[in-house]
Design a protein around this ligand. Structure first.
Ligand SMILES: Nc1ncnc2c1ncn2[C@@H]1O[C@H](COP(=O)(O)OP(=O)(O)OP(=O)(O)O)[C@@H](O)[C@H]1O
Ligand SMILES: [Mg+2]
Length: 414
């Protein structure tokens, strides 16, 4: 996609790319020039096809070679961040590329997230990127990837954070691993503590998922990428974003899918629940051929209880996941601390009492609704309940009275 780029930008990128292809002896200058001509020739719009695409289509270079060259190009650009020495590319997500770097002044390893140029030119996104930095910087917790710095250099915006040695939870799931109840609890409890800290400061992560959970070689879980984080009270931003669904469909909460504006901590509880579901069953909670299909299921499809898929799981674990993933957020945990109480109980083999409380409250409200419906309207349930109880008491008292008479009669007869 080259949307939003000026022709000058495209030409500059092409020149750098062409130079590297020739320098690395992947193609001759003549071959590259022919590709450039084909791209810029009469009737062609340079914005529709990149030089890289033309070179791959014409078989001048392979897709893999172009991928490696682009990485080098991005790293070279990153090297221009003053005070940091870029060492390697750590990975790339949907929006940015993350590099490992050395902060020269403090001689420490850091991770730098660099926005691609096209996003650096998007004012709305850049503003969100800085907000992410600010929100993350106000947090300090052993289970949260620490934010260090935000800035701009050479037209590129970047975000400097703690470098986490290790891998993501997503990498572990990719191997087909299904976590035991205990293994899953050890990870999820740490992330719940990170969330309890963030939620306590009014910050919602909004994108909790295995890709954003890093595991160090010592088994410490760290919540990364406060990518969509923002202050929960930032209603203006929320309104600007209303109607747009952010996040990844496999773990996103129903209210985020609906584009609701008052997203709160319960959205993170849902996403952590979906992550826990994936860990202990080896599958995501809802699967469909398209993202829209997955989202529809989050909204409408009943959840197959995790303990039905993995029968080794305790019933308590099933209840915790079901309460975390209730479609109606009023039926989820009332606080992240309540969730932690249950996770800690489950880890010591005790019953999840907070989940029971939520489930009982849900059942009670369903019964009340049912009674109201039978009586033809809301509010009637209470009156109907009172009448029924009175009837039962009268019948019971009557039965008692009759038995007493019979007993007295029998005693009198000797
Ligand atoms: N602080 C860090 N330390 C070490 N590696 C990191 C760090 N942050 C991110 N990474 C690596 O960089 C990769 C890309 O991260 P990024 O946040 O851009 O995208 P993502 O979370 O994988 O995906 P998405 O774009 O869907 O959110 C991660 O998957 C991870 O492997
Ligand atoms: Mg991430």
């Amino acid at each position: 996609m080259t949307d939003g780029k000026s022709n000058t930008d495209i030409q500059q990128n092409d020149t750098e790319l062409a130079k590297l292809v020739v320098e690395q002896k992947l193609a001759t200058q003549d071959e590259v020039d022919l590709c450039l001509e084909a791209r810029l020739g009469p009737g062609q719009d340079a914005r529709n096809q990149s030089l890289a695409d033309v070179m791959v289509v014409r078989g001048v270079v392979t897709k893999g070679q172009i991928g490696r060259i682009k990485t080098t190009l991005e790293a070279t650009r990153g090297q221009q961040i003053p005070g940091y020495q870029i060492l390697a590319k750590l990975g790339a997500g949907a929006m940015a590329t993350v590099f490992k770097a050395r902060q020269i002044s403090l001689d420490r390893m850091v991770a730098i997230k660099v926005l691609p140029r096209k996003l650096s030119e998007n004012a709305e996104y850049v503003e969100r990127f800085y907000r992410e930095g600010k929100a993350a910087a106000s947090l300090n917790h052993a289970n949260i990837v620490q934010a260090f710095d935000v800035g701009e250099a050479g037209g590129y915006h970047y975000f400097v954070m703690e470098y986490v040695e290790g891998h993501t939870l997503y990498d572990e799931l990719q191997t087909g691993k299904v976590f035991t109840e205990d293994e899953a609890l050890q990870v999820v409890m740490q992330i719940a503590r990170a969330l309890e800290h963030a939620h306590g400061q009014g910050i919602i992560h909004r994108d909790v998922k295995p890709k954003n959970i890093m595991i160090t070689p010592d088994g410490i879980a760290k919540l990364a990428d406060m990518g969509l984080a923002r202050e929960a009270t930032d209603i203006e931003t929320a309104e600007a974003e209303a109607g747009k669904a952010f996040g990844t469909p496999y773990y996103i909460s129903p209210e985020q899918i609906r584009g609701e504006i008052d997203i709160d901590f319960r959205a993170d509880i849902y996403s952590l629940g979906a992550t826990l579901y994936h860990l202990v069953t080896g599958r995501v909670p809802f699967e469909a051929p398209t993202p829209a299909g997955v989202m529809h299921k989050h909204l409408k499809a009943p959840l197959v209880p995790p303990d039905h898929i993995n029968t080794a799981l305790s019933g308590g674990m099933g209840q915790i996941v079901e309460v975390m993933m209730a479609k109606d957020r009023d039926r989820r945990y009332a606080s992240t601390s309540d969730l932690l109480i249950d996770l800690e109980a489950a880890a010591t083999g005790e019953l999840p009492l907070q989940a029971h409380k939520q489930m009982d409250a849900g059942t009670l409200s369903m019964l009340q609704q049912g009674a109201a419906a039978r009586q033809g309207g809301p509010g009637a349930g209470g009156v109907a309940g009172g009448v029924n109880l009175l009837t039962y008491v009268i019948i019971l008292a009557g039965a008692l009275f009759v038995s007493l008479i019979v007993i007295i009669f029998l005693i009198a007869r000797g």
